[in-house]
Ligand binder design. Structure first.
Ligand SMILES: NC(=O)c1ccc[n+]([C@@H]2O[C@H](COP(=O)([O-])OP(=O)(O)OC[C@H]3O[C@@H](n4cnc5c(N)ncnc54)[C@H](O)[C@@H]3O)[C@@H](O)[C@H]2O)c1
Length: 248
């Protein structure tokens, strides 16, 4: 079988570690030219060195100037951007009663303003090339009012679900597909505080009909499929990778 992403140039935000790094490795295995963007320079450089041909750019997704600089550098290098993966995201774990407005602002900036600005500046590049794929990292928390997660995270991931659909319906005519992916709990640095607590760990396992956590490979496989031409008629979907969490 030929490589499923051969010849495609892809930028993955939050690609220094965790799910972003796993998606980058999966894309590379399928023949993509991989660009990583992250605020964490040392980890981003190290991950890029571990993926043949990959290149790292310091990218703060909350900054419009940062997006402009990185996307123009990628266009200079690759001549195009076929796939944008908006993966960078944070969670400041405080319930609504405890969360200062400044923490909410920070989460909105990274989790929503970031993808919004990325899409804004990727669209003209994709239109010039005759199309492209935008994939947004949401969560099960972007589909349901997840009882174990704080309201601010659920609100930002829910907003990303409908940002995705809104771009999908307006930009489909330009051969630009936009989909979101919705993993349940994956063992990464983002959820260490949760998984270290035996009671909360049990809650996360207990909610999954398949009885285990998602793996980074489970998540990366969904991104690879949606980025590939096999998914050429898949547009505007919210794709759960959750072992059935949101099915009940
Ligand atoms: N781990 C899970 O259980 C889980 C489940 C569903 C969805 N997600 C989502 O997956 C995505 C990746 O999470 P992860 O679990 O790999 O977490 P992670 O903390 O390991 O990785 C997140 C990456 O985003 C980067 N980042 C943070 N702010 C940034 C900014 N302003 N600009 C650029 N990069 C920035 C970080 O430096 C880090 O490399 C997030 O959007 C998260 O919400 C995670």
């Amino acid at each position: 079988m030929s490589a499923r992403l051969a010849g495609k140039a892809a930028l993955i935000t939050g690609g220094a570690q965790g799910l972003g790094a796993e998606i980058a490795r999966a894309f590379h295995r399928e023949g993509a030219q991989v660009f990583l963007g992250d605020v964490n320079g040392p980890a981003g450089e190290e991950t890029a060195r571990s993926i043949e041909g990959a290149e790292f750019f310091l990218l703060d997704v909350t900054s419009e100037d940062s997006w402009k600089a990185v996307l123009s550098a990628i266009v200079k290098k690759a001549g195009k951007l076929d796939v944008l993966v908006n993966n960078a995201g944070i969670n400041i774990r405080k319930d609504i009663e405890e969360m200062p407005g400044e923490d909410l602002d920070r989460m909105l900036a990274v989790n929503i303003k970031g993808p919004f600005l990325g899409i804004k500046h990727a669209l003209p590049i994709m239109r010039r090339a005759g199309g492209g794929v935008i994939l947004n990292m949401s969560s099960v928390c972007g589909l349901i009012g997840h009882r174990y997660t704080n309201e601010a995270y659920v609100a930002t991931k829910g907003a990303l679900t409908l940002l995705t659909k809104s771009v999908a319906v307006r930009c489909g005519k330009d051969n630009i597909r936009c989909n979101s992916v919705h993993p349940s709990t994956v063992d990464t640095s983002l959820v260490q505080s949760v998984l270290k607590d035996p009671a909360r760990r049990a809650e996360r396992f207990g909610e999954v009909p398949l009885g285990r956590l998602a793996t980074p490979a489970d998540v990366a496989a969904a991104f690879t499929y949606l980025a590939s031409d096999e998914a050429s008629f898949i547009n505007g979907v919210s794709f759960p990778v959750d072992g059935g969490v949101t099915a009940g």
